[in-house]
Design a protein around this ligand. Structure first.
Ligand code: NDP
Length: 323
């Protein structure tokens, strides 16, 4: 109808987001977040954006009546939320609804990395069990490990709770110590890495965590060390990790995220002690549906004059009071 707000979808997005946006708003789609794909009159009609792609300051400035950017995913490092906030534009993300799924995936990736289950299955499927006998015993195990969680937020805490049930001691590093957990806190990543042999990285991407996991941190984990990375690829110094795995400075790594997705360095793929997943930590139908609904529910609430459901911290001050 003529009274419905207009919502823009730049680039690819989850199918349920697209269907609901088309059903509940006047929907406009463009191939990528490039403002030159629309004329000024079309841009002036846009009041909401639903996105799963990078949104920079210039793109935000191209929409004079923009009111909300609803980003798909909990990590929103690709959206310039500070700039949006300075322009009075709300930014929402999709926290909590994916935390259990991502934590489950992290435990699976950790076990696959240590116990080589993907390789053992490939061995069976290749007929080698029958032809050659038992799969070789794995040098690595979860037993006896001490886990360090870099980023004990919503997902990190869900991972910690699972690994506590596995009987493992947990340490963590965040900028601010949590007062609701008893796990030992470390005031630096270097201190955490020195105290543990298994480092799980689940901090947000962005400048503050860029290449934080470098050669020094990997060296501190030691030759039995294992790195699991499920936050953002930008947080790992990938060439340093490749060298550490090749030289056995650490024992193994499990990665769901990479510096230049979907391109994974051949050197990483060639390493037998790297266990690699194509950014699937939250990628079940049910969890992605819950994320999709939260994207559209944020748009619907905000464009109807109500508070956003899940505003990002940079935009919390813009939020409306519940009536
Ligand atoms: P939260 O904001 O709840 O947690 C982030 C944690 O990281 C907090 O404990 C925070 O503590 C800590 N942190 C942030 N910056 C730093 C820093 N510079 N140094 C040390 N610690 C830091 O986020 P979630 O747990 O919900 O999500 C975490 C991230 O996981 C997302 O941002 C996303 O990038 C990634 N992710 C990846 C997925 C995948 O598919 N692989 C799926 C979902 C999420 P403090 O502020 O005190 O430092």
């Amino acid at each position: 109808s003529a009274t419905r707000p207009t919502v823009l979808i730049p680039g690819n997005i989850n199918a349920r987001v697209r269907e609901r946006v088309e059903a509940e708003f006047d929907a406009v789609a463009i191939a990528s977040a490039d403002a030159s794909l629309m004329d000024a009159e079309a841009r002036a009609k846009i009041s909401g954006i639903a996105c799963s792609t990078a949104i920079n300051a210039d793109f935000i400035d191209a929409f004079p009546n923009l009111s909300i950017i609803a980003s798909f995913g909990v990590g929103y490092d690709a959206v310039d939320a500070k700039h949006a906030a300075s322009r009075g534009v709300m930014v929402s993300n999709t926290p909590d609804v994916l935390s259990d799924e991502v934590a489950d995936t992290t435990v699976g990736l950790l076990l696959n990395t240590l116990r080589e289950f993907p390789k053992a299955e490939a061995y069976l499927r290749a007929g080698r069990w029958a032809a050659e006998g038992a799969y070789p015993l794995t040098p690595l195990t979860l037993r006896g490990r001490t886990v360090g969680i870099f980023g004990l937020g919503r997902i990190g805490l869900s991972i910690a709770q699972r690994l506590e049930a596995f009987g493992l001691p947990i340490h963590y590093h965040t900028r601010t110590k949590r007062n609701d957990v008893d796990y030992p806190w470390h005031d630096s990543l270097a201190s955490l890495a020195a105290a543990v042999d298994t480092l799980i990285v689940v901090v947000p991407g962005g400048a503050a965590t860029e290449k934080a996991v470098n050669a020094e941190i990997l060296g501190a984990l030691g030759p039995n060390g294992v790195l699991i990375s499920v936050g953002r690829g930008s947080t790992i110094d990938e060439p340093a990790l490749i060298a550490a795995l090749a030289e056995r400075m650490i024992a193994a790594a499990g990665l769901d995220v990479f510096a230049d997705e979907p391109n994974v360095p051949q050197a990483l793929m060639d390493l037998p002690n790297a266990c690699l997943l194509p950014h699937v930590a939250s990628a079940s139908v049910s969890t992605r549906n819950a994320m999709a609904d939260l994207v559209v529910d944020n748009l619907a609430a905000w464009l109807d004059g109500r508070p956003a459901l899940t505003p990002v911290p940079e935009c919390a001050a813009l939020d409306r009071k519940p009536s």
